[in-house]
Design a protein around this ligand. Structure first.
Ligand SMILES: [Zn+2]
Ligand SMILES: [Zn+2]
Length: 178
């Protein structure tokens, strides 16, 4: 059974304005879909630190944690992993306008709180999604798979005859007229 999403009750903190509080907590990170593939956090529960500064109307919140993503290399499908040091900051109001009043320009952070409960797992998940490299690879220079026979080109050259593309040959012969 997967762990439950981690939440934090902002109302229960009940600090004075300007007061700062820090918490160490276990944070569940749900699997992440990226470039059409699914990546899992290993482990999927990590130690996180949550810092809150109360402004009188809401919280300036910072969450920080270290995590590892595992899944298939985007090019060759062999196992790939990525270590990340994550630090996300956002502002969460305690009294939120009804969802119907939210416009397109409103901050997305509004969607991570409901009735003073901060959805930590969802916030952390989206923070990671926003800091990923363009592609997750098994190593930087991965050569991927042969598009003819499917061989892993990191292990060996497969020897497939690659028919030269006549369109490109034509282009090589082409010279601009003087
Ligand atoms: Zn690879
Ligand atoms: Zn091949």
């Amino acid at each position: 059974m997967p762990p439950e999403a981690t939440t934090f009750d902002l109302v229960s903190v009940n600090p004075g304005p300007g007061e700062k509080k820090s918490y160490e907590l276990d944070l569940y990170l749900p699997p992440l879909e990226f470039a059409g593939r699914e990546y899992a956090f290993v482990p999927d529960v990590v130690a996180a630190r949550l810092d809150l500064v109360f402004t009188g109307e809401g919280y300036h919140a910072t969450i920080s944690f270290i995590c590892r993503l595992e899944g298939a290399c985007w090019r060759c499908l062999e196992p790939a992993d990525l270590d990340l040091e994550v630090r996300a900051e956002d502002y969460f109001e305690l009294e939120l306008p009804p969802l119907a009043e939210l416009g397109e320009d409103d901050e997305p952070s509004l969607y991570y709180t409901r009735d003073g409960i901060l959805e930590l797992s969802a916030w952390a998940h989206d923070a990671v999604a926003g800091m990923l490299p363009p592609k997750i690879l098994c190593f930087e220079g991965c050569k991927g798979l042969c598009d003819l026979c499917g061989a892993n080109l990191n292990e060996a050259q497969c020897g497939c005859e690659r028919p030269s593309d006549s369109r490109w040959d034509k282009l090589k012969e082409w010279k601009p007229e003087a």
